[in-house]
Write a protein that binds this ligand. Structure first.
Ligand code: OXD
Ligand code: MN
Length: 583
């Protein structure tokens, strides 16, 4: 009897009609062969091998440069199960519409069958996916981003317990591009894009959208969170997971070089984008990083903002849509050097400033996590790492102080549910528009977000040694529009305060929004911050917060009666504390 995998591969081949089928084993030899073929077809450009050994540049189709949320659908039988924040089609309608786009899509192409594990190969929390794709670039990228090939097949055996993902670049036309999720049958279909989260199906499609549905069913959490370890002077490491919307420095925080290193505080990287968290027998919440690599935004990455990733990128990296310098090396805006003469932009044209940025603003690097000097010795622990703090945050010029702590789990869930960030010029052309992005999951939650809030509320009481919940804002500005907090490596000062709170030794004042550090509780030695700036960073303005709370209430109206009562109750209690003060 053919296995479930063989049956599905056969069915997909009958639909897409490839010239040949290759089962990928994930070996170095197979990777080298794929690279050699892509160098011939021009899908990869070899970089200067002396400067950047085994590293390559890929240029995507100019109409295919980012995830396309408008073309991303959650296909549940009931519309309400996808909820008001997702695009929805019924499974039948979606398949009827998109099946013809797969019909014959792989003619004259190779169909690659890519088995992969999300999570460490020997972790009970890991899960298996199989991506069928006609893009060798996707195969090469999946090898860096997941544990791909033989290890996955071995773990799968004859079981049917895998998430199938059918992917074809189709004709790359945005009119015929669809990223479909069928959470009830744990299936992914993606056609018309070869880029990032649209095409590397293990990442956003499986590890967040489908996994969030599984986590809801099975009682665990799939979150858009980095995972880091904070080492203290005694050598003890405390793990924290943090959710921020895009453009808020998640990768930089996960790989930070600590400003307090001489005092013995240092940061270890476990993951930079996704955390799968389970309640362990010892009562802790344990997190694994389901990914094996980083797929990060390149522009403005430099030796100051992220020296660890710069070191990781010195070899064995794939770059997508960066600029190309004449000596065969990559370049991007904010890399720390002037644009060299003879630079080619991301489209391969001779660059001049009138052509806009030389590197696409969403240009990316793909690199194995193990190459980061900051990688934690425990990043592949099968049982994961115990999480002591969950951190939410966003980009706010005002309102949110530098850091505050939730009163309890339920209040922390409310904090996550009201997460908001102001858009940057690069992203939308409009600066300072506040966008709600609960738990940074708005584009990634595979089901009704009201049920997701309920799931968070239900998890708290199940975690005997529950993490504390914090909210941070690195982006407060003064009246002149200048950032008040230095950010980057100095963010460790805030993590150190959180550690003090976890250990019961750091001071805080109770405010209507939660616990804020006293001015002396933060270690600000070596920074030249005026006392008034520190006061401003920690300010909680009741008027601003009343307005904020009202806005959050309007956002919650979207969910109607499905919104958990506890969320509304938290909102009401906060509004009351803002009027009458903390009792
Ligand atoms: C990402 C994203 O690429 O969140 O990680 O968009
Ligand atoms: Mn992300």
């Amino acid at each position: 009897m053919p296995s479930a995998l063989e049956k599905w591969v056969d069915e997909s081949a009958r639909l897409t009609k490839p010239a040949k089928i290759v089962y990928c084993d994930g070996s170095e030899q197979e990777y080298q062969q794929l690279v050699a073929e892509m160098l011939v077809t021009g899908q990869l450009i070899e970089l200067n091998q002396r400067k950047r050994p085994r590293s390559y540049l890929h240029r995507s189709d100019p109409s295919d440069v980012a995830r396309t949320e408008g073309l991303t659908f959650i296909c549940t039988r009931e519309r309400d199960d996808a909820g008001p924040t997702n695009n929805w089609m019924s499974p039948e309608a979606a398949k009827e519409k998109v099946r013809p786009l797969f019909d014959g899509a792989m003619r004259n192409r190779t169909m690659y069958v890519v088995p992969y594990i999300m999570g460490p190969a020997d972790s009970p929390y890991s899960k298996i996916g199989v991506e069928i794709t006609d893009s060798p670039y996707v195969v090469a990228s999946m090898r860096k981003m997941s544990r791909m090939g033989a290890a996955a097949l071995e773990r799968l055996g004859n079981s049917d317990d895998f998430v199938p993902g059918l992917h074809s670049i189709g004709d790359l036309s945005p009119e015929r591009r669809f990223i479909l999720h069928f959470p009830e049958e744990k299936l992914i279909w993606s056609v018309g894009s070869g880029y990032g989260g649209n095409a590397l199906l293990g990442k956003k499609c499986f590890a967040l959208r489908i996994a969030s549905w599984m986590a809801h069913d099975e009682g665990w959490m799939a979150e858009h969170m980095l995972i880091l370890g904070l080492e203290d002077p005694s050598g003890k490491v405390t793990y924290m997971a943090a959710a921020f919307p895009s453009a808020c420095g998640k990768t930089n925080l996960a790989m930070m070089v600590s400003a307090l290193e001489s005092q013995g505080y240092r940061v270890w990287t476990v993951g930079d984008d996704i955390a799968w968290m389970h309640v362990a027998e010892d009562g802790t919440l344990r997190a694994i990083n389901p990914e094996a690599g980083f797929f990060g935004v390149a522009p403005h990455t430099n030796l100051k903002t992220n020296p660890n990733v710069m070191a990781a990128l010195s070899h064995d990296a794939i770059f997508t849509n960066t600029a190309l310098a004449p000596e065969g090396d990559i370049w991007w805006e904010g890399i720390g050097s002037e644009p060299p003469k003879g630079l080619l932009n991301w489209r391969g044209e001779a660059w001049s400033p009138e052509l806009g940025p030389a590197a696409h603003p969403n240009s990316r690097y793909t690199v194995a996590a193990s190459q980061a000097p900051s990688i934690s010795p425990h990043w592949e622990d099968p049982q994961g790492v115990p999480i002591s703090a969950l951190i939410f945050g966003g980009r706010r010029a005002r309102v949110a102080p530098l850091v505050y702590e939730a009163r309890n789990w339920q209040h922390g869930v409310y904090m996550g549910a009201t997460m908001a960030s102001e858009t940057t010029a690069a992203a939308t052309g409009k600066v300072g528009v506040t966008r709600r992005d609960p738990m940074a999951m708005l584009p990634f939650c595979g089901y009704n977000m009201a049920d997701y809030f309920q799931h968070w509320l239900d998890m708290g009481p199940r975690i005997r040694r529950a993490p504390k919940i914090f909210y941070v804002n690195w982006f407060r500005r003064d009246a002149g529009g200048k950032f008040q907090w230095p950010g980057y490596g100095d963010n460790v000062r805030v993590l150190e305060w959180m550690l003090g709170r976890i250990e019961g030794r750091a001071d805080a004042v109770e405010t209507p929004i939660g616990y804020v550090p006293t001015r002396d509780a933060l270690d600000l030695r070596g920074l030249s911050l005026a006392p008034s700036a520190v006061d401003d960073l920690l300010r909680v303005d009741a008027g601003e917060w009343a307005e904020e709370t009202e806005q959050a209430g309007k956002f919650f109206d979207l969910f109607g009666s499905r919104l958990p009562g506890e969320i509304r109750a938290e909102q009401k209690a906060l509004a009351e504390r803002l009027t009458v003060g903390v009792k």
